[in-house]
Design a protein around this ligand. Structure first.
Ligand SMILES: Cc1cc2nc3c(=O)[nH]c(=O)nc-3n(C[C@H](O)[C@H](O)[C@H](O)COP(=O)(O)O)c2cc1C
Length: 158
């Protein structure tokens, strides 16, 4: 089937997701990217994945380090999601951060912070799939997740 990429993208937008920010690097060098491709994969061993566009100007930033951090955003972090989706500026300067043992900071208002070590990179068309093992995590019981659906942000009505 030969179909229009824009229509395909729009169709896939009918799948509602959360939003995560992947961070890599340390201190003033730390960078972030907004993603909705994050997925949990395995409990034992603890594995998660996310996908990175091959044409991203941040490709090297997120494929070089073996360790990175994933923050699952709360509704209150919508502006951070927008900021870290607007290339090419992806520094974390000025954002509320929490330190992690692996060096890549987490976002202070996140619902869950996962400290990850890369397990594998799989080729996947115009993206790569980055599979990672979770080494440590912190998680809040409260808070409302930031959601994304049909190209727009939203929140759970709870
Ligand atoms: C809601 C949302 C979800 C996104 N999910 C992904 C993703 O899963 N993987 C990805 O590589 N880029 C994703 N992006 C795009 C990046 O956040 C960012 O906009 C893009 O990498 C900018 O291009 P650059 O990396 O060349 O600067 C997403 C953007 C938005 C707004």
């Amino acid at each position: 089937m030969d179909f229009d990429t824009g229509s395909f993208r729009k169709a896939l937008g009918g799948f509602p997701t959360g939003i995560a920010v992947v961070t890599a690097g340390q201190g003033a060098e730390a960078k972030g990217i907004t993603v909705n491709s994050f997925t949990s994969v395995s409990l034992k061993p603890p594995l998660v994945l996310w996908c990175l566009g091959k044409n991203s100007s941040r490709y090297e930033i997120f494929t070089k380090p073996e360790e990175f951090t994933i923050s699952i955003l709360s509704e209150a972090e919508r502006a951070i999601s927008t900021q870290l989706a607007s290339g090419p500026e992806c520094a974390l300067t000025g954002l509320p951060l929490v330190e992690t043992a692996n060096g890549a900071p987490g976002l202070a208002g996140a619902l869950t912070i996962l400290e990850c070590q890369r397990e594998a990179i799989h080729e996947a068309g115009d993206h790569i799939i980055i599979l990672a093992r979770v080494l440590r995590f912190t998680s809040r019981e409260d808070g409302v997740p930031l959601l994304y659906f049909r190209g727009r942000y939203g929140a759970l009505a709870v």
